[in-house]
Every structure is written in C-alpha cells, then in structure tokens.
Ligand binder design. Sequence first.
Ligand code: ATP
Length: 355
Amino acid sequence: MIAAKVEPIFEKSETSEFYTIATLGSHSALQILKGAHDEGFRTLAIANRDTERLYRSFNFVDEVIGIEKYQDFPKIVDRLENRKIIIVPHGSFVAYLSLEDHKKMTIPYFGNKAILDWEASRELQRQWLSAAGLNLPRQFRNGAEIDRPVIVKLYGAQGGKGYMFLRDAKDFEERAGLLARRDYILQEYIIGVPLYIHYFYSPLTGKLEIMSMDRRYETNVDSLGRIPAAAQEGMEVQPSYVVVGNSPVSLRESMLAEAYRMGEEVVRVSRDICPPKGLFGAFCIETIITPDTQFYIMEISARIVAGTNLFIDGSPYSYLYYSEPMSTGRRIARELKNALLTNSLRRVLDDSSVL
Ligand code: ATP
C-alpha cells in the first residue's frame, strides 16, 4: 500500500468548523465573513467603537472584538495567537497596519506577505508588471520630459484623491507650484475605459479564475462628458479622480482571453520575485482599455479589492465557474476549507503563520 503524502503538522484532516476566520471590520469584511460563514467557519470581526454595533447586527458574524481604533490591532494579536484563527486581510489591513506589523504577526494569515513589499512600491510594481510583459503607461522623470498628456499621481493618495491632469510640459510649469515638496509620479494619461479585473489564483488547483469586474465612478471626470467640450471652454474645469462608487461590468467576450492571460502572467512572475509561493488568492489588475482594445495597466492590488463588494451574491463569471453564489470572500473561505480537508493549510498561508 502506498502511504498518502501528508504535511507533518497535522495528524488528520480538519474541517472548517474548528477554525475562526477573522478580519478587521472595514473594507470587504462583510463579504469575507459572510463567505466564511457559508463555508462553515466561525467568524470574528475586529471592529472599532464606531463599527462594533454594525458588525454585531449581522447573524453571520459570530463574534466581535471591539478596539479603540484599527491601529490598535497589534495590541490584541497575543490574544488571537492562542486560538485557531485565520486572518483574511483586505485593503484596510494595508492602510492601518505597517508592513513591519504585518510581518511580525504569526497568526495564520491567508496570502503571501512578501508580495506586499512589491505592491507597496510603485517602482517594484512597475518591475513586476513589465516582467509580466504587460503594457504600462509611460513614465516621465521630470516636467521637461513630458511630451503628451499626463496624470500626476501623488504618493500616499487614496482613491485617486489629489490626482491632476496635465496637458503638456507648459501646463506642468504653470502648476509646478502645487507640486512643490510633494512626492509624485508623472504618468502618461491613457484615454480609454477603466476596467478593474478581480482574479483568484488557487495554489491548490494551480488554476486562475476571473471572479468579477467593475469600473469606478469618479467625480468629476465621469461627468465632464455631459457638458459639450465647446461649453467647457473658458470654464477652467480641472478633472479630478475621486472615487464615489463602483459599478459592475461584463467584458466583451473576445477580450476575455487577454484579461485571463494577463492574470496568468502576473502570477507566473510573482513566483520569481517572491519564491516559492508567489501571489495567490485574490488580486486585482486595474486597467484602461484604449480604442484599439489594448489593456494598459495602472496598478495591481495583491489582495481582495472593495470593487468585489458588488458581487456578494456572485458575478456572471463566478456563476460560470461555480453555479452557486460565489463572492471573492467566499472563494477565499472555500480555498481554506479545501486546504483543511486535504491537509494542505500551509500552502495557502503566509510562511510566518504558526499553526
Ligand atoms: P486605489 O489605491 O484606491 O486603487 P489610487 O489612489 O491608487 O487608488 P489609481 O487607481 O491609480 O488611484 O487611479 C485613480 C484613477 O485615476 C483611476 O481610476 C483612473 O480614472 C485615473 N488614472 C490613473 N492612472 C491613469 C492613467 N495612466 N491614465 C488615465 N487615467 C488614469
């Protein structure tokens, strides 16, 4: 008889009911915890004084721990480390916890923390995406180099706040005062349709899935087209890119294969830059599609993004894979459940995780 190959840490396979999936009460926590509940896990929201009551109001949230502010999360880590808890991170983890805090934490953590360094730095992101062969907007080192319209991206901006559109080098000179002592990049302005593609890569099956897609609704750039260009003349309206919402999109099917290929390439290169596990779980490629149907990549988020909240009940794409409601949050829980059932939990957790 051939003995089954099992990881030494477990004597037998376990099921989701023994584990609690925990996350910070913000961003996509409701989706993550609902998904975890639907896959048979216990659920825990770490909320602050303002959000505690909200999270308690949902039946699928089994437990709420209240902390003063999200930055205090490291203070309760000791308490959580002694329990069978798995952290599912989202955008607020990155916003409220430093990379060091992330790395210090030994609570089982879904995802690969090493990729966060590559996500956090615009330069490293660019290296990663170019190595994957994706189209990137050109970048200019200074105002004098600008030879086409650019978008000025301030460092640390969130949700497009403070971004500026500049027509040419002269425009840059005129508005340089606004940028003095600020850190920013000058990026080619791509005229096209923005599309955010949500993926899930399973290390257990080695398969990539397109979970859903959205576009952002941004003020005021998405309303400028409602005023004829001639009428805008002399109005001095500057486009701004502040996100106010998201709407679902389904992509023209002839472009889907390229969207899939881009996801595969990003995952492939991630194994070279963060070996051996690379990027796994949920991620999002933020694109702009030009009239010749080329995808240009603005950014990559190496985790679940808030645009997936549109699809708590699943998307047309996740339905094609699962024929049942499958949000990205639930897909994460499904991966953890499958890992438990096959004694492969370590394959879907960061290596810092102490089980
Ligand atoms: P988040 O961190 O929430 O993803 P952000 O602050 O990093 O947001 P981006 O997603 O990079 O911001 O960009 C915000 C918006 O600016 C985009 O949705 C898009 O409308 C516009 N934008 C960004 N880069 C470009 C570009 N190269 N060409 C044209 N528009 C762009």
